[in-house]
Every structure is written in structure tokens, then in C-alpha cells.
Write a protein that binds this ligand. Structure first.
Ligand code: ADP
Ligand code: 5GP
Length: 221
């Protein structure tokens, strides 16, 4: 279970499943990367995908890049907790890593689309906190996709066309962040994580903690 140095931080807590979605280019991976760097209590769920690796991506770190055949094998043997076809490629969350993390009370971050978010919400509602990142405008979304400079023009066009139908799903999320200024958006994300970790229903250890508090002898002087 999650812990820390002070007595308050050692209270036993259930792991959090932090799901982040957005239309491609809105900044979800950037925000997720910052969070993973600054928050040692959080691990990334590394998805499998049949998409081609981008130049900046490392196999096993950003994704496990696999063939369609291997994907089908995993999907059909129930090795994926959720899966979806996005922009013409298959993506899925390997079940084992998530189950291990949750059993140990560790928090996990999922960079997945609305179809995956819905599947996790259906299966594990109590553990899931779903956050949707919106771009400040469609013009800015387009220029971010170009600035990222990792996809071909055709891929960028597909992603832009799909972005409207993805944005339609914003109501299915618990929190919405408009990523205009990156620092402000990131601070909002940190605030959500901090608050969700403090939720009473996620902290079964509070029963023991409060019992201990009430057992302390009052010092009335
Ligand atoms: P996503 O994971 O949602 O597809 P990325 O995190 O890859 O998007 O971001 C797309 C591009 O936009 C990247 O080049 C990133 O550096 C840039 N970016 C992200 N957030 C901002 C922001 N608030 N302002 C300007 N550029 C941003
Ligand atoms: P990209 O190709 O830009 O890395 O990701 C494309 C889309 O697929 C993004 O919206 C991303 O969140 C989503 N995605 C990545 N991994 C998974 C996954 O395991 N499951 C689902 N459902 N979507 C994923």
C-alpha cells in the first residue's frame, strides 16, 4: 500500500487508476510525462500497439510495439484489460501489470482513448479517476500536431478529422482541463491527483488511524 514518511502518509490506501484522454495533440502525453517525472508514487501503464513507432519513442517505455497477430493473440486470451481501434491501429492495456500494481496499492496512469476509459470505468468504477484534456482552440490543436513533427501529413489529417468525435465524449469524464498554458494545466492535474488521494473511500487505513487517535489518553494538564 502507498506510504510516506509522516504518520498521516502511512495510512493504508487503495491504488488510484488515473485515466487521461484527449484528442491527439491536446497535450496529454506532455502532462502525463511531467506527472510521472515529479510523482514517484505513479507508474505508467505501458500499452501494446500495432502502430508504427515514432522516431522519439522507445519500445517497452512508451509502448510495446507488436504485430496485429500478436495483438489478436493477447486480446483473444484475455490478456488485455481493455482495447480499442484508434486512428486505424489497435491499442490495448496489458492486464497483468495493472493487477499487480493495484494489488500493491500503487497508483497507475493510463494514457488511453474514450473507448478504453469507458471500459475501465465499467470494470473498476471505484478506482478510476478520468480526466479529459481539451485544447484551447481547434486552430491551436492543429498547430500543435504540426509542431510535434512526428507524424506524416496524412496521419495528422486523420487525427484532426477524428478529434471532433473524440471531444464529443468529454461528458464521460470526472474532470476537464483546458490545456492553454501548460504550467496552469499541469498544476490543475497535480491538484486533482492530490485531492483524489485524500478521498475517504479510498483510504481504508483511516479506520485504524482514527481508532488510534481516540485511544490516545488526553493530557489535561
Ligand atoms: P497528445 O499526447 O495529446 O497527442 P502531446 O503531449 O504530444 O499531445 O502534445 C502535442 C504537442 O503540443 C507537443 O509538441 C507538445 O510539446 C505541445 N504542447 C503540449 N501542451 C502545450 C501547451 N500548453 N502549449 C503549447 N504547446 C503544447
Ligand atoms: P498515439 O498513437 O498518439 O500514441 O495514441 C493514439 C490514441 O490512442 C491516443 O488517444 C491514446 O490515448 C490512445 N491509446 C494509447 N494506448 C491505448 C490503450 O492501451 N487503449 C486505448 N483504448 N487507447 C489507447
Amino acid at each position: 500500500m502507498s506510504g510516506g514518511s509522516s504518520k498521516n502518509n502511512t495510512i493504508q490506501r487503495r491504488g488510484l487508476m488515473l485515466v487521461i484522454s484527449s484528442p491527439s495533440g491536446a497535450g496529454k502525453s506532455t502532462i502525463a510525462r511531467n506527472l510521472l517525472k515529479d510523482d514517484s508514487g505513479l507508474s505508467l501503464s505501458v500499452s501494446v500497439t500495432t502502430r508504427k513507432r515514432r522516431p522519439s519513442e522507445i519500445d517497452g517505455v512508451h509502448y510495446h510495439f507488436i504485430s496485429v497477430k500478436e495483438f489478436e493473440r493477447m486480446r483473444d486470451s484475455d490478456a488485455l484489460l481493455e482495447w480499442a481501434e484508434v486512428h486505424g491501429n489497435f491499442y490495448g492495456t496489458p492486464r497483468e501489470a495493472v493487477e499487480t500494481a493495484m494489488a500493491e496499492g500503487r497508483d497507475m496512469l493510463f494514457d488511453i482513448d474514450w473507448q478504453g476509459a469507458l471500459q475501465l470505468q465499467e470494470k473498476m468504477r471505484a478506482d478510476v479517476v478520468a480526466i479529459f484534456i481539451l485544447p484551447p482552440s481547434m486552430t491551436e490543436l492543429q498547430s500543435r500536431l504540426h509542431r510535434r513533427a512526428e507524424d506524416t501529413e496524412e496521419v495528422i489529417r486523420t487525427r484532426l478529422l477524428n478529434s471532433r468525435s473524440e471531444i464529443e465524449h468529454w461528458r464521460e469524464y470526472d474532470y476537464i482541463i483546458v490545456n492553454d498554458d501548460l504550467q496552469t494545466a499541469y498544476q490543475s492535474m497535480q491538484a486533482i491527483v492530490a485531492a483524489e488521494r485524500l478521498r475517504r473511500d479510498r483510504r481504508p487505513g483511516l479506520f485504524d488511524f482514527v481508532r488510534g487517535l481516540l485511544e490516545e489518553e488526553p493530557n489535561l494538564g
